[in-house]
Design a protein around this ligand. Structure first.
Ligand SMILES: C[S@@+](CC[C@H](N)C(=O)[O-])C[C@H]1O[C@@H](n2cnc3c(N)ncnc32)[C@H](O)[C@@H]1O
Length: 279
């Protein structure tokens, strides 16, 4: 008996059910689930099978496939995303961002445009915002997007447990967070001055045309620890689209295990997992 068979399942879950889930999440979010994710898919989606009263995975998936525009699609996607993140993750990126923003402010009258494209529960975009503000651009707007509406709602709230801000420097903590008391003891809230730098929007990186596009391209894009869930063709396609919305000389920040050097897109490795858009 292998480890997977050791799990108790009260709902029937066949290999065919997993195959259908795999196809549906790949086509809707680009997420490629390998065989080792069967138990994860079961435990996360069994809640949805119960909540919708579908009674079985087979019936739940039938209903999902039958109605492409049902709100259950969002629940299905939210259930299968992995949202691990924390403040100042991959610390080495932040001095690079700081130097870029300082240089930008010397050469431009407008603050840089920044896009955080897999923002999860907000720790990453708020870390970016603190860095950008400290580098002299407190009026910059940071567009923070994710496919998952639950994590975006948490990010929008800007409330975190005290233990999650341990990686934040004390000076920044005092300047940008409010400490809760009474019923809110043990919590911190992002101060309004920092919160107003952020604009949260739902965006699926897989879409052909991103709603956040404007005539004004970005100076910086963060796309960290999400491409690992996509296969190579999907990654290449997204990188080509990033190249269209990032200014030449702009920076693309990638996650620690993501390498875009052989993507064919116009990016040059500029530092540890930082790419520059070349013209
Ligand atoms: C592991 S988290 C990484 C969060 C953050 N970037 C970091 O590095 O700490 C991956 C995030 O990517 C999001 N995601 C997955 N597929 C996506 C897609 N197709 N479009 C946009 N976001 C997606 C997930 O919802 C999740 O919040």
């Amino acid at each position: 008996m292998n480890a997977r068979e050791n799990f108790e399942r009260d709902l029937e879950f066949s290999g065919a059910d997993f195959e259908r889930i795999r196809k549906l999440i790949y086509s809707s979010a680009g997420i490629a689930l390998n065989d080792s994710k069967q138990q994860m898919a079961y435990s996360r989606l069994s809640r949805r099978v119960r909540a919708t009263g579908a009674g079985s995975f087979h019936e739940y998936l039938n209903r999902l496939e039958a109605s492409r525009d049902s709100s259950e699609w969002q629940e299905f996607i939210n259930s299968l995303t992995t949202n691990l993140t924390y403040f100042f993750r991959e610390q080495h990126h932040f001095p690079v961002l700081d130097a870029f923003v300082r240089q930008h402010m010397k050469e431009n009258s407008k603050p840089p445009r920044v896009w955080c494209s897999a923002a999860s529960t907000g720790e990453e975009p708020y870390s970016i915002a603190m860095t950008v503000a400290e580098a002299g651009a407190p009026h910059a707007k940071i567009v923070a997007t994710d496919i998952d509406t639950n994590v975006l709602a948490q990010a929008d709230r800007g409330v975190y447990k005290l233990e999650t801000v341990q990686s934040v420097d004390n000076k920044l903590l005092r300047k940008y967070f409010l400490k809760g008391s009474g019923d809110n003891a043990g919590l911190v809230r992002i101060r309004p001055e920092l919160r107003q730098m952020l604009v949260f929007r739902q965006t699926n990186l897989l879409e052909d045309s991103w709603a956040i596009r404007s005539n004004d391209p970005f100076d910086v894009i963060f796309c960290r620890n999400v491409m690992i869930y996509f296969d190579k063709p999907t990654q290449k396609n997204i990188l080509q689209k990033f190249a269209q919305v990032l200014k030449p000389g702009g920076l693309l920040f990638a996650g620690h295990s993501e390498n875009f050097s052989d993507s064919g897109a116009p990016f040059r490795l500029q530092g540890k997992t930082v790419y520059e858009r070349i013209s």
